[in-house]
Write a protein that binds this ligand. Structure first.
Ligand SMILES: [Fe+2]
Length: 387
């Protein structure tokens, strides 16, 4: 099965049995974690076909404020118009495809740095200098291509498809659970970015193992949680892992700040690559972005309740604590990747009562890849309902 050919890729996609119950299922094959063909397929069929975290709502609250970036080959800009409407566009000039802006800021219109074309904040073309003599320059077709945009609590998400269904209705319970924690009252503090030598899925798998690895890999965190009461619940496009606090936190002094896990831990995973860790007065958002088949970038944004922001020592200790957990997770994810690339492992079993979140992730991913690679003659994949 050569994954670089369409037929080979389809066969590789079918190698994961989406019909098997977790007690009988095998995990995604190693090829999914090491193949450039899968990396390219996932960009198209998963990341450009899902809502993706772009920026914070407070960054684009004022008229004219914008944030730009690149996700999965797509340069984007989110901007609040003078009319108060939040919009997102492909950040590519209609002339030579140049990114018209970088970073973030406040402006009255966009000016492409290359040849000075300007665009209004609603994306329409404003001026195109020195274009006299051109025939049939239809300004109506020269607007920045719109993207989908939505606000979720304190976050802004974008979608490649401006007609994409809003994600809100499918995640109502999740949104209510986060609102109940007061997440929209938190204030952003800082960002840390890590590069990890593993496929993005290996990093997500580690997050979604139902706390299986916590006792082994995170002794400090394990000391704060009652791991015997760790629970995983799966929903259509997200999963929740919850764990109440231990009766007596016994982490080493100076390593784990009192209060970080106050009230226990809520770990949210949103398909395909967004995690939110909600502990007491803390929220970490954690976005995983593939760089290549065997490398990913993990971006943490740290938020805190305003009541804790003045306490610099507490914040520093909190960030050190999460840094420790992250180092442990990165190291083990890289060791998983080394094994997957070794040719000595094909796939493994799931722990049926624990690894529900990983199995759910693999099912969602496999279904998306099946839809994207299905032969156009309509051949149905084994185990999938025929339309
Ligand atoms: Fe971990």
């Amino acid at each position: 099965m050569d994954p670089t050919t369409p037929t080979g890729l389809w066969e590789q996609v079918l190698a994961f049995d989406t019909a098997a119950p977790i007690e009988q299922a095998r995990t995604l094959p190693a090829s999914w974690y090491i193949s450039d063909a899968f990396d390219a397929l996932e960009r198209r069929a998963v990341f450009l076909d899902t809502w993706q975290l772009a920026c914070r709502a407070e960054q684009v609250a004022e008229p004219g404020s914008f944030v730009s970036g690149r996700s999965f080959g797509l340069p984007w800009v989110v901007v609040r118009g003078g009319d108060g409407v939040l919009r997102a566009f492909a950040n590519t000039c209609r002339h030579k495809a140049t990114e018209i802006c970088t970073g973030s800021g406040v402006l009255s219109h966009f000016t492409c740095p290359y040849h000075g074309w300007t665009y209004r904040l609603d994306g329409s073309l404003r001026t195109a200098p020195r274009m006299a003599g051109i025939e049939a320059l239809d300004r109506a077709t020269m607007a920045l291509p719109p993207l989908g945009v939505e606000i979720w609590g304190p976050l802004v998400l974008i979608h490649r498809d401006p007609e994409a269904p809003p994600s809100g209705p499918g995640i109502g319970e999740l949104t209510r659970a986060l609102e109940a924690t007061g997440w929209d009252r938190l204030q952003w503090h800082s960002r840390r970015t890590y590069e990890v030598a593993c496929n993005w899925k290996a990093y997500c798998d580690n997050y979604l193992d139902g706390g299986y690895h916590v006792a082994h890999m995170h002794p400090d965190l394990a000391a704060q949680l009652d791991l015997g009461r760790y629970r995983t619940e799966v929903f259509d496009t997200y999963s929740l892992q919850t764990c109440p606090p231990a009766d007596e936190a016994s982490a080493p002094e100076g390593r784990t700040p009192a209060g970080r896990t106050e009230g226990g831990a809520l770990y949210v995973w949103r398909y395909p690559n967004l995690m939110l860790n909600r502990y007491g007065p803390c929220l970490d958002t954690n976005l995983v972005h593939p760089i290549s088949a065997d490398r990913c970038r993990v971006t943490f944004d740290f938020w805190f309740d305003a009541s804790h922001l003045h306490d610099e020592a507490w914040i520093r200790a909190s960030l050190e604590s999460t840094e420790q957990t992250q180092r442990e997770d990165m190291e083990i994810s890289e060791r998983v990747q080394a094994g997957m690339a070794s040719g000595t492992w094909h796939s493994g079993p799931y722990a049926p009562r624990v690894e529900l979140g990983i199995h759910h992730f693999h099912l969602l991913l496999a279904r998306a890849l099946r839809r994207a690679t299905e032969p156009i003659d309509g051949t149905s994949a084994p185990g999938e309902p025929t339309p």
